[in-house]
Design a binder for this molecule. Structure first.
Ligand SMILES: Cc1cc2nc3c(=O)[nH]c(=O)nc-3n(C[C@H](O)[C@H](O)[C@H](O)COP(=O)(O)OP(=O)(O)OC[C@H]3O[C@@H](n4cnc5c(N)ncnc54)[C@H](O)[C@@H]3O)c2cc1C
Length: 436
């Protein structure tokens, strides 16, 4: 009988009981063990931190867990470059870079993912001048499905663009080289603003500030904007934050208190719009300066399901208007606000921002709550704007639909054929989105 423990992803929607788990201590051991698995015809899949909502990390046969392959391999301080082991979690990176006065250029809204996992799905933050985290990657070392080691860097930009957002389909990433920036602080201002103003001014606003996003309950006329400006450390005094204030903000308002409100909404669905208004009323007022990673990343302990899709930013007003009708006229409601972000165009073939400046719209549901119909309703609206779903977040598209959305889709499939002809790295999710 298979005694391997069951693996579950963060949202608890996906699980797997692999035949066996590899947790190598060294790169050499990883290469040796994976080559042996490839030779015996087994399917191999690396897991990161399991923070994808989709089944992208499901390993039916051999699961590779890189939590022992973490940390810095080397740093080039003058060029601001760092080579990391693929299993390094994002939350460790600020501490690793601090002695060198470096930081990652941009981050998403949590830091629990591994660097290889975040890069592989096109994980992004917000900022009109900033593409996905994968755009910070200037080099990678991979083990391909034919057992070869492949070092790719800026000397072959096409290949790097092909492999950066690789969905785990081309090979196992062993090392990632990041182009970092000098460490910086962020000055964040959160405030409530009218939905109409923010949406109509969005295109100008995102170009005037470094990082802008907003949260919006579809039944509210107001949104919570989060605007962050980059400042050099010491340029503005950092805001002291007492342990009590941290507990109130992070735990009571963002996590435990919010979880209680979600449960209340689940028990009495018709109260959700009222609960949304209560949440909106307590939002806003934050004005803080802190180290960049402390502002970018938040703690998310209330589990949820999520879909997120990227549309060309020029459609912002029309998309947001259509979504408003969904809530107001069709009566959809959720305990979670929509999250709206922006990113620069990306050259990675399978980046959701490939070739276009993108508006990202994310819808969430509390864990355990029915999400399929709500996400389908949001997705139907976004589909009219050539929406590309985040590879790690829930969606129903298959390879035929995705081919129409990505100009380099067939090139990516050709490369997959070369690097993983036996589909050793495939799983049911990849079969759906890339084909068998
Ligand atoms: C609470 C929460 C908040 C989130 N916030 C954001 C956000 O702000 N922005 C955003 O864009 N996304 C966000 N996400 C999605 C998340 O960033 C992605 O799904 C990311 O891929 C998860 O990274 P992971 O390390 O958990 O990887 P997993 O989910 O474990 O794996 C993802 C993929 O990477 C592959 N992979 C992992 N390691 C390797 C390797 N060494 N070599 C080859 N392939 C590998 C896996 O096989 C799989 O295909 C969030 C998710 C959650 C749960």
């Amino acid at each position: 009988m298979n005694s391997t423990p069951i693996w579950r992803n963060w949202s608890r929607l996906e699980s797997a009981r692999p035949h066996r788990v590899i947790t190598p201590h060294t790169e050499a051991a990883l290469v040796r063990q994976v080559r042996a698995a490839l030779q015996s015809g087994e399917r191999v899949k690396v897991i990161g931190s399991g923070h994808s909502f989709t089944g992208i990390a499901v390993a039916p046969q051999v699961q590779v867990d890189l939590h022992r392959l973490t940390g810095i391999i080397d740093v080039d301080v003058a060029a601001r470059r760092v080579r990391l082991r693929a299993g390094t979690p994002l939350w460790q990176i600020p501490g690793l870079l601090e002695p060198y006065g470096l930081a990652m250029e941009n981050l998403g809204d949590i830091d629990r993912q591994t660097i290889a996992g975040a890069v592989s799905t096109g994980t992004h933050g917000t900022g009109f001048a900033y593409a996905s985290i994968s755009s910070q990657v200037i080099g990678m070392r991979m083990l391909t499905g034919t057992g070869e080691l492949l070092d790719v860097d800026g000397s072959d930009p096409e290949l790097l663009d092909a492999l950066r957002v690789g969905l785990g389909a081309f090979g196992i990433i062993l090392e990632v080289t990041l182009q970092c920036v000098e460490a910086f602080d962020l000055h964040i201002i959160e405030r409530l603003e009218p939905f109409d103003t923010v949406v109509s001014e969005w295109r100008q606003r995102v170009q005037q500030v470094d990082h802008l996003e907003f949260y919006w309950f579809g039944h509210s006329d107001q949104v919570l904007t989060k605007t962050s400006h980059r400042v050099a450390p010491g340029e503005r005094e950092r805001t002291p934050r007492s342990p009590l204030r941290r507990t109130v903000e992070d735990e009571l308002l963002s996590n435990a208190g919010f979880a209680a409100l979600c449960r209340a909404g689940q028990a009495v669905p018709r109260a959700v719009p009222q609960i949304n208004r209560l949440c909106t009323a307590v939002w806003g007022g934050r004005d803080e300066v802190r180290a960049s990673h402390e502002i970018f990343a938040t703690s998310r302990r209330v589990r949820f399901t999520e879909t997120e899709q990227a549309v060309p930013v020029e459609h912002t007003a029309e998309v947001m208007g259509r979504l408003r009708s969904l809530f107001r006229e069709q009566g959809w409601a959720s305990s979670f606000p929509l999250e709206v972000r922006v990113a620069a165009a990306d050259s990675a073939w399978l980046s959701t921002s490939a070739g276009r400046e993108s508006l990202y719209i994310a819808a969430h549901q509390h864990i355990g709550q029915q999400y399929e119909q709500y996400f389908a309703a949001v997705s139907d609206v976004l589909a009219d704007f050539q929406a590309r779903p985040h590879w790690g977040k829930l969606h129903t598209l298959d390879a035929a639909a995705l081919r129409r959305l990505y100009p380099r889709f067939d090139d990516a499939l050709d490369l997959r054929e070369r690097l993983d002809p036996a589909r050793a790295f495939s799983n049911p999710y990849l079969e759906r989105v890339l084909g068998a």
